[in-house]
Design a protein. Structure first.
Length: 131
């Protein structure tokens, strides 16, 4: 459920049935200007639950750092350089529990596209609370 205020004395309650939208992974700069990957996420009906995010690069779990100004999650893991990643997996939910998850594989020209079934699937995209 979510709500919108129309006036100071009234509000509207609605059912959120929309999952967050995810962008394809993009090259980004992380902490200390290090090269990393990012996935933009957004939901027009409900705020994202940044704590629910799960991020894997080539099967290695990283820390998803959320930048609310850019609506982007950055992959962070000391000692891992995701710049040449072949597979990226990402999952996040909004505060109503609607979860979006996606797996991508790198194309020969260096872009990412949604991975076909079985490609890059590690079966590990679950929220931290469900582990």
């Amino acid at each position: 459920l979510g709500f919108r205020t129309r006036e100071l004395r009234s509000f509207e309650v609605y059912l959120d049935t929309t999952r967050p939208a995810l962008s394809d992974p993009v090259a980004a700069r992380g902490e200390n200007r290090s090269r990393t990957l990012g996935v933009r996420a957004g939901d027009p009906q409900a705020p994202l639950d940044a704590g629910s995010a799960v991020f894997f690069v080539d099967g290695i779990r990283g820390i998803p750092i959320y930048d609310p100004d850019g609506s982007i999650f950055l992959f962070h893991r000391p000692g891992v350089n995701p710049a040449r990643a072949r597979c990226v997996e990402f999952s996040v939910a909004d505060v109503t529990g609607q979860r979006a998850e996606q797996r991508w594989s790198r194309t020969p020209d260096g872009r990412f596209e949604p991975a076909s079934d079985g490609v890059c699937a590690t079966g590990t995209l679950r929220s931290p609370q469900s582990r």
